[in-house]
Design a protein around this ligand. Structure first.
Ligand code: NAD
Length: 495
């Protein structure tokens, strides 16, 4: 796959009702390659009118188009076909995504190669959505439940793993029988458009999957629309709260995957090399731009020098450069706005007394690069320890006892993930129970799968993606009572 092919993408169109349409306003917006700093493609810049069109299309496909009442077998066939097309094009799609968001091509290749599994898994789950026959305590009645698709889903994605985080929503929603309007981030619209081409090729009926491109105003219009039944959002906590408020006006159901400030907790009885490796993976992989980044390192004081020494030594060898070069370990941050935020937070922490163990704002190549940065001499209440940076910045806090480690780990408004490094099985289980986080890894970090629920406590969100839990987010339960005798009942007594 050459860059020439990537440049030929004619993407200034949105995918609505199975048609490729420009924004109603005619406006287009550039998408910038974070490595070169230059626009590399243009997309339609959608607004309220385009949101209206896309929701109408999804509504029609659900209510009249037959998708809402289609068989699970039919939906599963299409989802499997789509998974196969993604597998066929994985390398090409990885190149496009790497170009659009600056993440390593080798990471994007792995992500796209794995992505079909979400469609295969939910294809398999589609015909296992079952209601129940209830033991009725009413004489001469049967009660039963049916699980029905919720309806029209709006999925809004961020820029850090654009396609993956969108597919976490699309696969279970479509398997459940919902129709979908996708809005990718304005920074990384390319992969959603490419996905729409594959939906088209797979033969999904018009309006079942729609893609609109644009910024926050477009997202807001989608979330304000009372015809939407579910909003599934991944992004910042701030925008997540705004979406929850907008949804409240229409009582639209929301699934929110938001930010994090996850601890990596290292005990003296760990394997120091494995722990150091996991800490590096947790905060410097993907340039720290993952919601689950292990951005708070908590280390038992007795192994502080040994483990931190290994982490600093490894961090200093991280190679920054072209995301498409296989020797690169860390690409640039994804956009200029994010670069300003990350470097600003480092400066602020240094001004408050943090000490640079390595990295820092001046220690990186030109462009949107931020060097792997480790900050010591921080206190638990400092902004850099409490707020999400979403960049390659690690803070280090020592502790002496397990109780202190739990207290520090839970001293956050977030609760997305945690890593625990110990070879003591008793402690591992105690800690897994005590830490308030949606995912806990023992002697590992940053592992996710289609069948393992993922989501957060507190300000990290509500609801769960992946696994059986995710399909439930897109279903409604209906209870059906059936009278067995045909007798006329007294209308003024209950039941
Ligand atoms: P963001 O919240 O700024 O934007 C996310 C999306 O929301 C974009 O598509 C944007 O256009 C849209 N949007 C913005 N304002 C809106 C509004 N008022 N109504 C509707 N839509 C609106 O987030 P970002 O900067 O793209 O992504 C980074 C954030 O995402 C980080 O905070 C990170 O932690 C979080 N994130 C969370 C997870 C998770 O699974 N928990 C995964 C990845 C990223």
């Amino acid at each position: 796959m050459t860059i020439e092919t990537v440049d030929k993408i004619d993407a200034a169109r949105m995918y609505i009702r199975g048609q490729w349409v420009p924004a109603i306003s005619g406006r287009v917006a550039p998408s910038v390659d974070p490595f070169s700093g230059k626009p590399w493609m243009h997309v339609a810049d959608g607004c309220e009118d385009d949101a209206d069109q896309a929701i109408s299309a999804a509504r029609h496909a659900f209510d009249q188009g037959g998708w809402g009442t289609s068989t699970a077998r039919y939906r599963a066939q299409l989802l499997r076909r789509l998974g196969g097309l993604i597998a066929r094009d994985a390398d090409r799609l990885a190149e496009i995504e790497s170009r659009d968001n600056g993440k390593l091509l080798k990471e994007m290749r792995g992500q796209w190669a794995y992505l079909p599994e979400w469609f295969y898994y939910y294809a398999g789950l589609a015909d296992k959505v079952e209601g129940a026959t209830l033991p009725s305590d009413r004489e001469n009645f049967i009660a039963m439940t049916r699980k029905e698709p919720a309806g029209v889903v709006v999925g809004i994605a961020p820029w850090n793993s654009p396609a993956l985080l969108l597919c976490w929503k699309v696969a279970p929603a479509l398997a459940a029988g919902c129709t979908f309007v996708a809005k990718p981030s304005e920074h990384t619209p390319a992969s959603a458009i490419e996905l729409a081409k594959l939906f088209d090729e797979a033969g999904f009926p018009p309006g079942v999957f729609n893609v609109v491109t644009g910024g926050p105003e477009l997202g807001k219009s989608l979330c304000d629309d009372p015809r939407v039944d579910r909003i599934a959002f991944t992004g910042s906590t701030e925008v997540g709260k705004a979406i929850a408020k907008a949804a409240a006006d229409n009582l639209t159901g929301v699934l929110l995957e938001l930010g994090g400030k996850s601890p990596n907790i290292v005990f003296e009885d760990c394997d120091p090399e494995a722990a150091a490796n996991g800490i590096i993976a947790g905060i410097f992989a993907a340039t720290g731009q993952t919601c689950m980044a292990g951005s708070r390192l908590l280390i038992q004081r007795s192994v502080m020098d040994e483990v931190l020494g290994r982490v600093i030594a490894r961090a200093k060898t991280i190679r920054m450069g072209d995301p498409r070069d296989p020797d690169t370990d860390m690409g640039p941050v994804a956009n200029a706005q994010q670069f300003a935020k990350v470097t600003g937070m480092i400066q602020e922490a240094l001004a408050e007394g943090a000490v640079l163990a390595c990295g820092g704002p001046e220690d990186a190549p030109d462009g949107l690069f931020v060097a792997p940065t480790i900050l010591t001499n921080v206190t638990p209440d400092m902004t850099i320890v409490q707020e999400e940076v979403f960049g390659p910045v690690l803070t280090v806090l020592p502790f002496d006892t397990e109780e202190e480690a739990i207290q520090l780990a839970n001293n956050t408004d977030f609760g997305l993930a945690a890593g625990i490094w110990t070879l003591n099985i008793h402690r591992a289980h105690r800690m897994a129970n005590a830490v308030r986080a949606g995912t806990v890894w023992i002697n590992a970090y940053r592992i996710v799968s289609y069948n393992a629920p993922f989501g957060g406590f507190g300000l990290s969100g509500q609801g769960r993606e992946n696994g059986k839990e995710a399909i439930e987010e897109y279903l409604e339960t209906k209870t059906i009572w059936i009278e067995l005798t045909g007798a006329t009942r007294d209308p003024f007594t209950i039941g």
